[in-house]
Design a protein around this ligand. Sequence first.
Ligand SMILES: [Zn+2]
Length: 225
Amino acid sequence: MFPERLTQGYRSFIDGRFAAERSRYEALAQAGQRPEIMVIGCVDSRVSPEVIFDAAPGELLVVRNVANLVPAYESHGETQHGTSAALEFGVQALRVKHIVVLGHALCGGIRAFADEQEPLSPGDFIGRWMSQIAPAAESLGPRKPEDGDTYLRRLEFASVELSLKHLMTFPCVRILVERGKLALHGAYFGVSSGRLLVRDPATGRFEPVTDEGPDRLAMFRCASD
Ligand SMILES: [Zn+2]
C-alpha cells in the first residue's frame, strides 16, 4: 500500500502550494526549466536543499548522493556515474551559473568512512563510494583519540573541499569557471543549529552567511553543532 503519509502530504501540496503556484508550474512546463543554481547534497533526510533554501519549483537543480560527493572526472571506464551525468546536464544543457556543494553536520557517510564501519551488504557500495574521500582524510593527518567528533566535522569540511577540487577536473566545468560563467561554492548545514556556513574562496574557511544578525549568531553558538 502506498504510504498514507505521502497521500496526505500530496493532498496538502495539491490544495496548498500547487494551487498557489499553479501559474508558475504551467510556465515551467511550457518554457522548460531554467534553474541557475545546482546543489550537490547528501541523501540525508534532514538536509533537503529545497527546504533549507526555501526554493520554489524550478529554482534549484538538485542531485543528492551519500555524503554530497563529486567523483573525479573519468572519460572512460565501466562505472555508472549518476552524479557526473547530473553535472553534465546542469552545466551543458541548463547552463547553471552556480554549483553549490552542500555538506552537513552528523553525516553518516563521513562517519562510516572515518570509523571504518563494516559493509552493510556484500556489495559494500557505501564503502566503495566513500573511499573517494581518502585524499581528504589524508590532508587532515592521523586521527587522534582526543579529537573525538571534532575529527568528523573536519572531515566533513575537507570532503566538501575535495568535491570542489573534483568539480574542476570536469573540462566543461573548468572552462566555464575560467571564463567567469560558472561559480563553485562550498556550504555546510549544521542540522540541530540550522546554521549555514559558506566557504570563503579567499581563505578556504567556512563562515556564517553574512546577513545573519548578532542575535541569530548567538543562538547558533548555543547549539550543539
Ligand atoms: Zn550526509
